[in-house]
Ligand binder design. Structure first.
Ligand SMILES: Cc1cc2nc3c(=O)[nH]c(=O)nc-3n(C[C@H](O)[C@H](O)[C@H](O)COP(=O)(O)OP(=O)(O)OC[C@H]3O[C@@H](n4cnc5c(N)ncnc54)[C@H](O)[C@@H]3O)c2cc1C
Length: 455
């Protein structure tokens, strides 16, 4: 088989190379950074495992666990400490717990919803009446997440549940995000039951017993960087590494040729496992319309600030997974995870580790001093923590998280239709069918399977 070139050494590109190697197909991986892993980056400082990018993955999507098991790392898998799961939300400057029984922003338990101080009575009544909704008579068009949630539960639920929950995951704006792409299951439940609450309750009844009390999120004791390292090691000689920036792709006798820092690499098959806007630049000369659709997938920027404190004398209880800051109360920080409570093996016994998530382009341009001062100021205001951290790490991720805005599925369909006219060219990455680590692994695995089939 002629050469396979993979552009992008994040988890999408690495899993493509790994699954190709399992089928005996070697590949050349082009990555412009010195290190592999993309936004997955783990560092151990003072015995604390710092995840500067993703810290875990959702367990119900099996592809990350499949890869981890194949790599022989199943003994290292840990779950989130769900018995300690309480997430707080900042309202009027105070941290209030999210009511028990919320499935994302869908209420499923009456008592906690009635007693919560997070939401007012008009919203609680709206939530109760939602249970009476009938299924829509005609299929609903794609809408923004905010329109969808507003319709079911009112504006306060958008402001104080949907917005902070999605900002903490996507760094995104519910007024722009597509409900069909981001909350696909909820759209299906709406079509079937009308009421989301009744739909989620019916699903929970069915799932009860099948899933038991398995942890919602999983990760590795040593951090997700261990999965990247193991996948690279297992791929071995089947992956040749080229350190450089892919600049363009042209048709060639072999199929394609890829220019990397001015040098041409001949390839029979090319996997574009970089961000969609990077893929757009590469295919501009092959298909301008495809490039325009790829470039139209928006990406948000984020910054993760990790702060390590001595545990002795730390002035705030760590009785939960951390807190979310809704836009209406936000300074710079969108969310803060109390890492040692959420996961075992992450914070050393005598340390408190806070992981602060900031969104927006500004956070990726400002200096470390400005960002750290802003974060410490907010931690002081919200948690009353004014003591000096022992260590601080700042990681910037400019334009890294794809935003599935309204119409995303139609755009991806157009992209795939045009890709079908370019045999031997493949896409993987968080711009298309899921932004989480498991989905990226699945897209890499699927690209490898298509190449093996000669598609
Ligand atoms: C801060 C943060 C927290 C997250 N938290 C979670 C989480 O907890 N759980 C979860 O499941 N998901 C999480 N995600 C999402 C998930 O981590 C990412 O969507 C996923 O890791 C993306 O992998 P990727 O390989 O598609 O892209 P990336 O990791 O972005 O890798 C793309 C690679 O392509 C390279 N590249 C780009 N252009 C070129 C070029 N022209 N030539 C050569 N190389 C190029 C880049 O240098 C980069 O290394 C998080 C993301 C971020 C940013």
């Amino acid at each position: 088989m002629s050469r396979v070139v993979i552009v992008g050494g994040g988890i999408s590109g690495i899993s493509t190379a790994y699954y190709l190697s399992r089928r005996g197909i070697p590949a050349t991986l082009v990555e412009k950074q010195d290190r592999l892993g993309g936004v997955i980056h783990t560092e151990t400082v003072h015995g604390c495992v710092i995840e500067s990018g993703p810290d875990s993955f959702i367990a119900i999507k099996p592809w990350a666990l499949d890869l981890i098991n194949e790599l022989g790392l199943s003994g290292e898998v840990i779950g989130s400490n769900d018995h300690l799961r309480v997430t707080y939300l900042l309202r009027h400057g105070r941290l209030l717990p999210l009511p028990d029984g919320l499935m994302l922003m869908v209420p499923t338990k009456l008592g906690p919803m009635i007693s919560t101080r997070l939401l007012g009575w008009p919203t609680k009544i709206h939530m109760g009446l939602e249970m009476l909704r009938k299924p829509p008579r005609t299929p609903m068009p794609d809408r923004s997440v905010a329109d969808f949630i507003r319709d079911h539960y009112g504006q306060e639920t958008v402001d104080y549940l949907a917005e902070p929950l999605l900002a903490g995951v996507y760094g995104g704006d519910p007024e722009a995000l597509s409900v069909r792409s981001v909350l696909t299951r909820f759209v299906e439940l709406e079509a079937k039951y009308g009421s989301l609450s009744r739909g989620v309750l019916a699903e929970m009844r069915r799932a009860h017993g099948a899933t038991g009390k398995a942890a919602l999120f999983r990760t590795l004791k040593r951090g997700l960087g261990a999965m990247v390292e193991a996948a690279v090691a297992a791929t071995g000689d089947a992956m040749a590494r080229v350190r450089g920036s892919a600049e363009t792709i042209e048709p060639a006798d072999s199929g394609y040729r890829v220019r990397v820092d001015g040098e041409w690499l001949e390839a029979g098959q090319v996997v574009l496992a970089a961000q969609a806007y990077q893929a757009a630049e590469l295919v501009e000369g092959l298909d301008g319309e495809l490039a325009r659709d790829l470039a139209a997938v928006p990406y948000s920027s984020s910054t993760v600030v990790s702060l390590g404190y001595r545990k002795a004398g730390f002035p705030h209880p760590l009785n939960g997974f951390g807190f979310l800051v809704p836009k209406r109360e936000r300074g710079r920080m969108m969310a803060c995870t109390w890492v040692g409570t959420k996961f075992a093996h992450r914070a050393a016994d005598d340390y408190v580790l806070l992981r602060c998530f900031l969104g927006g382009d500004a956070s990726t341009h400002d200096s470390d001093e400005i960002i750290v001062a802003a974060v410490r100021h907010e931690i002081h205001r919200i948690m009353g923590v004014g003591v000096e951290p022992v260590f601080v790490r700042v990681a910037r991720w400019p334009r890294s998280m794809a935003q599935y805005t309204v119409g995303h599925q139609d755009r991806v369909k157009r992209i795939e239709e045009r890709m079908a006219r370019l045999p031997g060219l493949h896409l993987a990455g968080n711009g298309y069918h899921g932004i989480g680590v498991p989905d990226c692994i699945r897209m890499g695995r699927d690209a490898a399977a298509r190449i093996a089939r000669g598609a």
